[in-house]
Design a protein. Structure first.
Length: 200
């Protein structure tokens, strides 16, 4: 039986060779999608056209392409939902069952968290003041404050009121704080003390 140049299923004696084949053709399909990105965005992905354009004739080649495209489509379309860009989703003619399989796999492997990390800070309801104070939305202190907001403040009426007012006024306050190094140092001391108390 002819060995597929798309085949990612390796036998014990052919592991390295077949991994290389898979990587090479994964890169080729990626390149195809990038080169035809504007067309795909307008018209969607027709897997028959992709198979024809890549000149794949073996059934195992075609199967690999179909599954590769299904995983890419499921990843993209689920990501567009999370970042509120549904117009960026790709249309396709792949089976719903196949897309559903890769969508479920994407969720199981933590895809949603990765997708949320792509959102602009303003769309993630970030801790604006703390981000300015600590210099990064991903600092341990800012992440702690986001968890405290979600796990504690949002559970009470007063907490939800505070959150609403905070996001009304904090963006402007954060902008004013940017050049005020001394105030940021004081706020950092206060926030550090607050976090220490809450952790104990």
């Amino acid at each position: 039986m002819k060995k597929s140049k798309f085949d990612s299923k390796e036998s014990a004696g052919e592991r390295e060779l077949n991994e290389a084949r898979s990587e090479n053709y994964s890169a080729e399909i990626d390149s195809y999608v990038k080169q035809n990105f504007e067309y795909i965005q307008r018209n969607g992905i027709d897997y028959n056209k992709v198979i024809k354009d890549l000149e794949a004739t073996e059934d195992i080649d075609k199967e690999f392409i179909i599954n590769f495209l299904a995983e890419a489509i499921a990843t993209r379309n689920e990501t567009t939902k999370i970042i509120n860009k549904p117009e960026k989703a790709w249309k396709h003619n792949l089976s719903d069952d196949l897309i559903e399989y890769y969508t479920k796999k994407w969720h199981e492997e933590g895809g949603p968290e990765w997708a949320r990390s792509m959102q602009p800070q303003s769309e993630k309801s970030g801790c604006f003041i703390a981000t300015v104070v600590y210099g990064s939305p991903n600092s341990p202190e800012v992440r702690f404050l986001r968890r405290y907001r979600d796990d504690t403040l949002s559970k009470s009426m007063f907490g939800r009121f505070f959150i609403k007012k905070y996001y009304t006024y904090s963006p402007n306050i954060a902008n004013c704080l940017k050049p005020l190094s001394f105030i940021k140092i004081l706020l950092k001391m206060i926030i550090n003390t607050f976090i220490k108390i809450k952790k104990n």
